[in-house]
Every structure is written in C-alpha cells, then in structure tokens.
Design a protein around this ligand. Sequence first.
Ligand code: PRX
Length: 655
Amino acid sequence: MSHDRIDSILQEERQFAPPPAFTRLARIRSASELAALRDRAAADHTGFWADLARGELSWHSPFQTALDDSAAPRYQWFTEGTLNVSYNCLDRQLANRGDKTAIIFEGESGDTRRITYAELHREVCRFANALKAQGVVKGDRVVIYMPMIPEAVIAMQACARIGAIHSVVFGGFSAESLKDRIEDAGAKLLITADGGHRGGKIIELKAAADKALSHGCASIEKVIVYKRSGHTINMQAGRDVWWSDAVAAQAAQCEPLWVESEHPLFLLYTSGSTGKPKGIQHSSAGYLLGATVTMKWVFDIRDDDVFWCTADVGWITGHSYVAYGPLACGATLVIYEGSPAVPDTGRFWKLCQDHHVTIFYTAPTAIRALMKHGDAIPGRYDLSKLRLLGTVGEPINPEAWMWYHRIIGHERCPIVDTWWQTETGAHMIAPVPGAVPTKPGSCTLPLPGIAADVVDEQGNSITKPDKGGYLVIKKPWPFMLRTIWGDHDRYIKTYWGKFGGKYYLAGDSARRDQDDYFWIMGRIDDVLNVSGHRLGTMEVESALVAHPRVAEAAVVGRPDDIKGEAIFAYVVLKGERPAGGVDTALTEELRAWVTEQIGAIAKPDDIRYADNLPKTRSGKIMRRLLRSIAAGEAITQDTSTLENEAILLQLQGKQ
Ligand code: PRX
C-alpha cells in the first residue's frame, strides 16, 4: 500500500471503533462499563486492587493489608496473605478443565504435542519433586536457559511450586551473558537443554552453558539437561543430570509450597543505561494478578480461545503471556519453537490456521518483516478464526498497523497495542478492545487502576495536547517490580530519583493527544530498541572495548525499517585506523566478538573507524551528533569544539 493511500485512510478514519461483532461477546462491552471500573479505581485505588486480588486469585490464607507503603518505594501488596502461583495456574483448573488442552506445541520441524491441564499438572509436580531431590529449597535461585518448548514453562512453574526463584535467560544470549546472570543471581541450579531448533540450525545451549560454567559460576551445584535436539553433548559426571533421569522416580503429586504474597517469583535481567543488566525482581501475588487481569481486560480471554503470544520465555512478554497469564485463566496457548521464516515466511499464518488461533500477539518488528514479503503469503492461509490481534515492544508504524488490520485481521479484529515493560510486569497502557476505539500508532489509554501521566521536567502534568514529556506512573500498582536484585539503591535511583520518590519513571518519553491518547515517542536514556528488544548502548560498548584491538567505542541507534533501530558503532582502534576507514576482516571479527560477548541480538549492523570520538569540552561523547551521522542526516549540532574537524569526515565514512 502506498504512503499516500495510508495517509488518506488515516485522515478519513483516524479512529477504528471496536467492531460490533467483537464487542457483542466481549467481557467489557462499552465505554460506560470501562468508565465504571476507572471510577472505582480513582475513588479507592488500593480497595480496587484488593477486590480484584480477592476475586481473581486463590489464596491459602487471606491478606490483611492491601498496600503497605511504609517503606516506599519498596511497596508491598497484599501482605500477610499466602498463596502459590503454580496452584493458581494449574491445580485450580483441574476440576473443570483437567482434560482441556493447556499447551499446543509445534517444533520448528513440524513435530506437535498437545498437553492437557491434568498432564501439565503432573509434569510440573514431577519436575518440582526432581528439583527438591536436587536440593533446591525456597528462595534458591534457579537459572533456566532453554529453547521455546513446553519444558521451559514446566521448569518455571515447578520453581514457582516450591518457592524457588527462577531467572530465565533468553537462549539467544551468549555463554558470557549467561555467566554474568548466573553470578549476579547466585544461582544454585541451571536448567538447560542439549540444543534447540531455530532457523534450520541447532542452537548449542548446553555447549554455551558448559562454557559459562567453566569460567566461573561457582554457585552452581547441578545442571539439569533436557534432551531436545538429540545431538552429542558433554555431560559432566556428578554435576549434569538428564531431565528424564531426574524425574524418573518422582511422584506426580507435589504439594504446593504456600508463600507470602511478596515472595519473589522471579528475576529477569534487562538492560539499562549502564553496562550491567538489572535483575528485575517480581513478587508472587501482585505479579500474578497483573498477568491475570490483563488477560481478561486486554486480551478478552475466553474458554474457547486459542491464544498465541509469539514471545520467547526469555523476555517478560513470555513470562506474563506464555508461562503465567494464560494458564492462570485456564486458556489454551500455543508455543512455537522456531523461526517465523522456516520453511518460509508463511509459517506464523500457517500456525494460526492449523491450530485455530483466535488471539495473536506479536512484535511490530515481526509484522514489518513479514509484511515485506507481500499480501499473497498470508492470503494462502485461513485466518478466519482470528478475533483479536496485539502488538508489543515498540511503537508500531501506521503502515504496519494498517497491514496487520487489513491483511491479517481482515478488518474484523481489533488491534491492541500494549505499552508496558519488564519492570511493570503486565500491560499498563492498552485498549480494552470492546470499549476503546483504536488509533494506529497509539497504545491508547491507561488501564483502570494505572495512574499513568506525562509530566515536564518539574513533574507537572502536561495538559497541552501533543507536547512531549516524561512518562510516569503516579501510584504504585500490584504488578510493579519490587527491587533490582542485590542493588536496591540502583532501584531507587533509576526509577524514583528523578521526581523525588513520588513517581515511577518509565524511561520513555510520550505525548498525549486531544483525546488523551498516549503516543510513546522513545527512550530517554541510552537504551536501544532493536527488534523490540531492549539493549543498553553501554553493554555493546563494553563488549567492543573488551576486544584487544579496540581503544574506545560509542554505540548509537540508527532508524531501521524492519528492526526499528539498528546498532551503529563508532570504534577507535589501538594503533592505526585502517586505511580509508575500511577493514572488512576486522569488522567481521568485531561483529562476531560482540555476538560471543552478548548474543546475536547485539551484533553491530555498522562499524565505522575514526581516530577519535567527538567529545564536548567536558569530555562527554556527542551522542546526538553520532546519531545524526548514523541516520545520514545533515549535521546541525555545533562541532566547533572538535579538536580535529577531519574526524567528522571519518565518522561520516567520507575519508
Ligand atoms: O520503550 C518502551 C518499549 O519497550 C520498553 C520496554 O522494554 P522491555 O522491558 O524489554 O519490555 C518489552 C515488552 C513489554 C518500553 O520502555 N515498548 C514496549 N511496548 C511498547 C513500547 N513502545 C511503544 N509502544 C509499545 N506498545
């Protein structure tokens, strides 16, 4: 579709009202029903959440205090209550949904499995018993480094069942990243697989795990290995145990351990503005409440739905909308192991067709990548079961939105653009699809009970339409992060420092339009969004300068049609700059080096060599200038402080 055509569509129909056929059956069917929820939350914020917590979760013992803010910003929700997250996801489904399919799995090569709630319950219990037999007790950290297979979810649920704190590390991260995360968490046990399938290749998870453990990770006592790829791997006697052996003698019953509401359910590492990722710590009750209510409000989940969130369990989206939220609602969910392009770019649509997917949730980068291959490919598949579409991870450009709406949703499915973060635990700003008209590119309005606002430098609300400011959350919410593992000061400084402890600072800039709709404008810190994944520029810089030939590096984002942002690195070498600024072999070596240090998602797309980096008089790297150069824009910044103007030509690749 041409840009002109899209512009005219957007002008004619800037808003897309909820389709009547959708609304008729929706949980929340009108603006007034939604307004009633908002009013209730506005009148009694903690009471609103407390009622939901009582109604939505199964408690072992009830909570007495809805919100304890006496040690703010260490907020505690639903204190004195005890419950178990795995019980809430599995045991409470057994009475009515024991034979219902919980997970439909498809491997990259087309192998499929269906697992009922009763079977999932048994597998989780057996694995929980296996963890106990390996000495794992409440509060121990367990790192999970797995392919996208049901056992990843089983491992997470088993940890939750016995009160162990899991920390899932995305399988695309390197041995080095795995080691850093294991060490920061002080994990006792590692769960991995021999390998996973992706892009027609085997991802060597166990080999990476061996490498990580050979460099450190002294806290790890045991490694449990699931056999997925079946290729030969090294098993270290006394340390490594096959999953099948670990569960062989275990009973299919395991009493859930009742834990306090605030007991940490998991840590999940995410990038910030320093070189060191932050271990975001989530609670049990508050977190599960967020995953559950947003499944209902935003995904409108029903018993006959087949729900597919394409995220890997290594990201927060795969926690809230694969491992926990859908199961807590008794839904049927799809898990797909592999790449969207194997055997061709119709794979997602074929999966939707074959498994009768009704709700599909993915990232704008995937939509853009698939859109590039044209309308004919999705046209080959029956997508008539779809009733709701969602996006997450980055702003969606109107062109991709329109394609999703027309070609995938056949103009029948509302699109929920959901703004949230690892730290927020669940959706925060998103349409309630039966009640809120959508606008392409806007995540619309905050959910009930979420006090989102856009403020200026002083923390005052910006009321003028379309004026940008800081996105903040003005009241605590149950599914917020509790702290940064091992670094509470960093938690306070990062999220609460800017406005004197009053507001949670999201780290995004945003604006509101005349209808109060939120439009996310981008990060305010040095964090990139590459294919919907957060990556700190400092992390990539640290990886580059760890290479023996690199003296200095500066990394910025460059706008990219598919990935949103691409990684652009400026590098100063020890010794001579390559002649003419070109050294293809070294560039490839540095790209491979970063892949090894962090993972393929951090591999620089462009590397440019210079004798120096442009700095201000006080020695700060002029990042805005570097961003303009990377984007190929005209330079408007003052460059008079540059010691050597020739550097500019080098940075621009002209010399
Ligand atoms: O910049 C925002 C962007 O992704 C960041 C959070 O990244 P992460 O913690 O990895 O979680 C991603 C999945 C929840 C945010 O600070 N972001 C996320 N969703 C959107 C978004 N930007 C615009 N629109 C969204 N819907």
